[in-house]
Design a protein around this ligand. Structure first.
Ligand code: GAP
Length: 514
């Protein structure tokens, strides 16, 4: 008997990042930006399938947040409205938010190699016996730099003969003893200097300090800037949320791990305005909601962890509150560890208070039931990366299966899959392409369908496995006589015969139940 279970248990083998990157390029999910000019570090373009995948994730988030927000603890649906604010805002907004003064990373330069490092991403190996160089190594040591540097500069000692300190914990008086990660001489690292991550531009024809503006480093501020407008123009009452999806830009010092940390990316953020007394309850509510949402789009619960920020990692706006929890995913490049996918922060009343002070506009909320009760709302912020979410879905879906010609398939949930079904005539003759086209025309209003006519059928199945299409529908010689087609299930490769008349209802039912 054929096994038609769709959700064949996922292989636990963690795929190799370079295979995922290669698949993305080969099949049109993600390309390096300006590829023909050799790319540009930290920038990526989404191809035909990557755009569909990203749009699907984006639309599912928007639906879960704005169109049908969750049911709140009191059993009533929550109120969340959307905005789409400008990427460039009045630069005063970024002074008020703290980004002009504080959105920076501590950097050190190597005078010998001219390389630049984030100080807080370097460790220093300090010889316990006081003999020889202090060896600086990357914390995120993907290519075995530490072992190589130890061999070269460690005087035959093993790692146990060294103490380890983060570079920011080393006194700058001791920098003369440090050998930088790529240098051959000691003492070439400069003292740490703060480097602001915002991209600058100029508004208007003259380029001066007065016309300087910034590309937004987070979508959140566009929400705070519109808080008053939304309150005055819609019928929302505290607690309520404002959601936004859009591009954000950060001149990351060290973009890496494919689209994980890029310089241009997309965020999906929601600012939940509530009373400060209820902030802890809402943070817990939104943490659970957000983790369940990632599960609903196909991320295994046990591939994610919740991690509470330590006091020393809290952002300036979160210091006084109940703190930040990250939802982290086990990416191939972090395994067995985890990397941030989304943060749920208690931003306190920091942003609205800052904008009130800097703009002179009152941000107080007046309780409609009790005019005496005026307060600046607190904010719980679930802030997710859309493009990082795409990477997560790609990593999670990549399933190694040596038994099939492609050696793998993408186990996308139908809701995120770029194509839900593919129509494949067995051969490109004898009336089969015409019947396939007729079926395609009948189905395409209801779901995203691929019609792929030419090439050997095995190669076409392999392509659909690689792009994660849940169902392939093959039109063969018999189809013309008996009005039936073969349906191949992506995960099990099982095949079954079905009447064309029942095809649409069959697919709708199967896709919903996947
Ligand atoms: N408004 C709060 C905020 O922006 P964040 O932790 O800096 O918080 C939120 O960013 C999310 O945006 C992160 O969890 C991550 O998914 C995504 N993100 C941040 N920087 C990114 C980058 N350089 N490249 C890709 N995604 C990034």
């Amino acid at each position: 008997m054929t096994n038609l279970a769709e959700n064949k248990s996922q292989e636990t083998t963690i795929p190799d990042m370079k295979d995922i990157v290669a698949l993305c390029k080969r099949r049109g999910f993600i390309f390096p930006a300006s590829d023909i000019y050799g790319g540009l570090n930290g920038f990526w373009d989404y191809g035909p399938l990557g755009t569909e995948l990203k749009n699907n994730i984006r639309d599912l988030w928007w639906k879960a947040m704005v169109v049908t927000p969750p049911i709140g603890p009191d059993g009533e649906p929550l109120q969340i409205v959307g905005v789409d604010s400008s990427i460039i805002q009045n630069p005063k907004a970024w002074v008020a938010s703290g980004h002009v003064g504080g959105f920076s990373d501590p950097m050190v330069d190597c005078r010998e190699t001219k390389k630049r490092y984030r100080a807080d991403h370097l460790d220093v190996l300090i010889p316990k016996d006081g003999e020889g160089a202090w060896i600086a190594v990357p914390q995120d040591d993907e290519t075995g730099v530490e072992a190589k540097r130890l061999k070269k500069f460690g005087k035959g000692r093993s790692i146990g003969a060294f103490d380890r300190k983060e570079l920011p914990d080393v006194s700058t008086n001791d920098y003369a003893k440090i050998i930088a990660p790529d240098a051959s001489e000691v003492g070439t690292l400069t003292e740490p200097k703060e480097f602001n991550l915002m991209f600058e531009t100029y508004v208007g024809a003259t380029q001066s300090e007065d016309s300087k503006a910034y590309l937004r480093p987070e979508t959140a501020q566009g929400i705070f800037l519109n808080y008053k407008n939304v309150l005055d123009s819609s019928r929302v009452k505290i607690p309520f949320g404002i959601a936004q999806i859009g591009k954000a830009f950060r001149n990351e010092v060290n973009p890496r791990n494919f689209v994980f940390r890029s310089r241009e990316f997309e965020q999906m953020e929601m600012e939940w305005f509530c009373h400060g007394n209820e902030a802890a309850m809402w943070r817990e509510f939104w943490t659970n909601e957000r983790k369940s949402w990632w599960e609903s789009i196909g991320i295994r619960g046990d591939a994610m962890i919740l991690r509470e920020h330590g006091k020393d990692e809290l952002s300036h706006y979160a210091k006084a509150g109940v703190g930040t929890i990250d939802i982290e995913y086990q990416f191939p490049f972090t395994a067995p560890g985890f990397g941030e996918l989304e943060g749920i922060a208690h931003r306190c009343d920091y942003d609205l208070t800052q904008h009130q002070e800097h703009s002179g506009t009152k941000m107080e909320y007046i309780d409609p039931m009790d005019n005496q009760n005026r307060f600046i709302p607190h904010v719980i912020e679930p802030a997710a990366g859309l493009t990082r979410g795409v990477l997560t879905v790609l990593c999670e879906a990549y399933t190694i299966d040596e038994s099939r010609p492609s050696g793998m398939y993408m186990n996308f949930k139908p809701a995120v899959a770029p194509k839900k079904a593919a129509i494949l005539p067995l051969v490109a003759k004898d009336g089969m392409p015409e019947l396939a086209t007729k079926i395609y025309m009948d189905l395409r209003e209801d779901m995203a369908i691929d019609l792929d006519i030419k090439q050997n059928i095995g190669k076409r199945y392999a392509r659909q496995d690689e792009i994660g299409t849940p169902f392939c529908i093959t039109v063969d010689g018999d189809s013309l006589n008996d009005n039936t087609v073969t349906i191949r299930h992506r995960n099990t490769m099982a095949q079954e015969r079905i009447a064309i008349d029942n095809l649409k209802a069959y697919l709708i039912e199967k896709l919903a139940a996947f």
